[in-house]
Design a protein around this ligand. Structure first.
Ligand code: FES
Length: 188
């Protein structure tokens, strides 16, 4: 004799089916998330690639240190005297000859990777060395007001990172410079 469907059993069976499908779907999301997450560029990686810095609080003669791609970066607002010293230096006096105009986009702002090219110490902001720039205390490398090596064992100038001025008071370190940025935009 056929039995009528037991409503209570059907409801329970449906509930178990729905519950198991939901659990599987949730499990799928949980399992998939790490893979989806790995496929997207992480926000912190984007932040590492480009760092915006507000220049408005930096006074003439002041050097601040920020970070880009986990490396220290010097931002120096040069005085007119420091600019002149850098521009007047003869290339023949340099171990790693490079004109100051090729190391800055705006003469007032010198932006450098703060890693000594000898063995990677961070040059001191407190001791400017014999050429008014930086002294690396590890083995006595002296850099000038363009970050060029002038004395000591370091073989090369402090590196200039890519950067772009996005306004008069903001610079984005890590951004490729605009084509026109190589021309000095401001004096003093
Ligand atoms: S690491 Fe700077 S002088 Fe050696």
């Amino acid at each position: 004799m056929a039995h009528a469907p037991d409503n209570a059993n059907v409801t329970r069976r449906d509930f178990l089916l729905v519950a198991s499908q939901t659990a599987a779907a949730v499990g799928g999301v949980i399992v998939l998330w790490p893979f989806i997450d790995q496929m997207n560029p992480a926000a912190d990686m984007l932040a590492l690639r480009e760092v915006e810095f507000d220049l408005s609080a930096v006074q003439p003669g002041q050097i601040v240190t920020t970070e880009w791609q986990k490396k220290p970066v010097f931002i120096r607002r040069r005085t007119p005297e420091e600019i002149k010293a850098a521009e007047d230096t003869q290339l023949s006096d340099l171990k790693d000859p490079q004109a100051d105009k090729d190391r800055v986009q705006r003469p007032e702002w010198l932006i450098l990777v703060a890693t000594c090219t000898h063995l990677g110490c961070i040059p001191s902001n407190l001791f400017k060395g014999d050429y008014g720039g930086w002294l690396c205390p590890c083995h006595g490398s002296h850099y000038d007001t363009s970050g060029r090596i002038r004395k000591g064992p370091a073989p090369r100038n402090l590196a200039v990172p890519p950067y772009q001025f996005v306004s008069d008071t903001k610079v984005v370190i890590g951004a490729e410079p605009k084509a026109s940025a190589s021309a000095p935009a401001e004096k003093g």
